[in-house]
Structure formats: structure tokens, C-alpha cells
Ligand binder design. Structure first.
Ligand SMILES: [Zn+2]
Length: 143
């Protein structure tokens, strides 16, 4: 499978516990909490933040791959599954036709917290702008 170098680097950091999650940061700074900033219920390890936290599980469920991560699944198993699925479903982003702008939007919401983002690209693939925001409460006014 052909993946970008930054993806290889990220996977290496996941597998070698090299991400700056709170559980790792407290090894160097004891004045910060090691609790997950999303769920506030467990230590924020790489495994928890990416695969076990209820928020990350919701993101995987809502993704086009609809990944349901069983409890106690290793990071290596999840990455191998993701790579096999991505390889099978490789659908590359396509630029809009000339004189058109493509705006991709996405959002996630769970238990009163959410995030939304939008990215605008023109027909030459030039980034025109983007915006992202997080919210702590949800109402029909936000939608
Ligand atoms: Zn969590």
C-alpha cells in the first residue's frame, strides 16, 4: 500500500507509544493531569485516546469504514485492519470541475460535545480556506 511518509511516522509513533498524550506528558511534567481530556474518566494513553475512548470509538464508527473496535484489541491489530480496508476502498479525493469550488464538511457529536470542520478547494486543488470549531453543547441553533 502506498501511504505518505507522515502516515508512516504517525503509525510508528502509535506503535512505539511516542505520541504526546497526557499519560506520556506526565512522565516529564507532574503538574498536569494524565486523565483523558475528552471523556475525563481514564488515563489518556495512546491506546485509550485513539482506540478505547468513547469519543474515538464514535469517530471510527462514523467513518466511511464503520470500524467497530472490540475491547482489548491491540494497536497493531487495529492498524493492520485499517491498512487492509483503506487499500481495498482506496477512493481518492477529486478536484471539482473548472470554475467550481468543492467544500467538504464533516462533524461529530457525542454526549454534549462536538466538532465541525469545512474545507474549500478550487478546481486546481488550491486551498481557498477552512474552518473548524468545537462546541460543548448542542441545539438546533447550532445545526
Ligand atoms: Zn477518553
Amino acid at each position: 500500500m502506498e501511504t505518505e511518509q507522515k502516515i508512516h511516522t504517525f503509525i510508528w509513533k502509535v506503535l512505539h507509544n511516542g505520541l504526546a498524550v497526557y499519560g506520556n506528558l506526565t512522565k516529564f511534567n507532574t503538574h498536569i493531569s494524565n486523565i483523558c481530556s475528552l471523556c475525563n474518566s481514564e488515563e489518556e494513553t495512546v491506546q485509550h485516546l485513539l482506540f478505547s475512548c468513547q469519543f474515538s470509538k464514535a469517530v471510527f464508527q462514523a467513518s466511511p469504514l464503520h470500524i467497530d473496535i472490540p475491547m482489548d484489541t491491540s494497536s497493531m491489530d487495529i492498524i493492520q485492519f485499517w491498512l487492509s480496508q483503506t487499500d481495498q476502498n482506496a477512493n481518492k479525493w477529486q478536484a471539482p470541475p473548472p470554475y467550481h469550488i468543492k467544500i467538504n464538511v464533516d462533524a461529530a457529536y457525542l454526549d454534549g460535545k462536538g466538532a465541525a470542520t469545512a474545507v474549500a478547494i478550487d478546481s486546481s486543488g488550491r486551498h481557498l480556506g477552512s474552518e473548524a470549531f468545537c462546541f460543548d453543547s448542542f441545539s438546533s441553533m447550532v445545526a
